[in-house]
Design a protein around this ligand. Structure first.
Ligand code: C5P
Length: 212
């Protein structure tokens, strides 16, 4: 199978030396990429900046901004049987990025942000993707309801939901505990290492590939 995976945070420049980002480590997406490469699938890993080693035998495409990730996904997704969007993409980016470092001046400063494109939300329509589509949902409340709403709105076959208000799992942790939300039911996966969950999430996604 051809498997496309997005992972890690994005970086949205404010000026040449500053950027907006988030706490994503990339560990969950890289664990899925590892599992897929170990099982001899062809993997394209499209990743924002992380501290992680790139798994062997994956085609790795590094990106920084959401706009770059969007363009790379748009280019490659047509070849994928399964697309797994685990990246923590910035929802907004600075409206203007000067080509010089912003100098401090007044006591306050206002940064204007504009909406980024939703890459996962573009898969079904803008990219006309027909394969298995897996999204992630990082939530701090109403985990299942919010994940199901996302699944429907973005045309996913599966949303992997995790509660990021907990300190022992999720962002930057080595462990995770997720709820798998399907169109017609949900199932919990008990807490385990991201390595272990990477295998389970991959398996669950592959189960959704229609027999050829
Ligand atoms: O709507 P929300 O950002 O919470 O959705 C999360 C899911 O959407 C994740 O799978 C994430 O990778 C994806 N996403 C995306 N592009 C964005 C925002 C989120 O692909 N701009």
């Amino acid at each position: 199978m051809n498997i496309l995976i997005t992972a890690g945070p994005t970086r949205e420049p404010i000026d040449p030396v500053r950027f907006l980002t988030n706490k994503s480590s990339g560990k969950m997406g890289y664990a899925i990429a590892h599992a897929a490469a170990d099982a001899s699938h062809r993997v394209i890993l499209i990743s924002g900046p992380t501290q992680l080693d790139v798994p062997d035998r994956v085609d790795y495409i590094p990106v920084e901004t959401t706009a770059e990730m969007y363009a790379v996904v748009e280019h490659w997704i047509g070849k994928a049987d399964v697309a797994i969007f685990s990246a923590a993409v910035a929802d907004y980016r600075p409206a203007q990025v000067p080509d010089h470092k912003i100098k401090k001046s007044g006591e306050t400063m206002t940064l204007e942000l504009v909406r980024n494109p939703d890459i996962l939300g573009s898969a079904r329509n803008a990219f006309d993707y027909r394969g298995v589509l897996v999204g992630f949902a990082a939530e701090t409340e109403n985990l299942e309801d919010n994940a199901r709403e996302k699944l429907e709105r973005k045309g996913c076959d599966l949303v992997v939901a995790n509660d990021v208000s907990r300190k022992d799992i999720g962002f930057d942790s080595n462990d995770n505990e997720v709820l798998l939300v399907y169109p017609d039911h949900s199932e919990g996966v008990e807490k385990g290492s991201k390595h272990h969950l990477g295998h389970i999430i991959l398996e669950k996604a592959l189960e959704l590939v229609p027999p050829s």
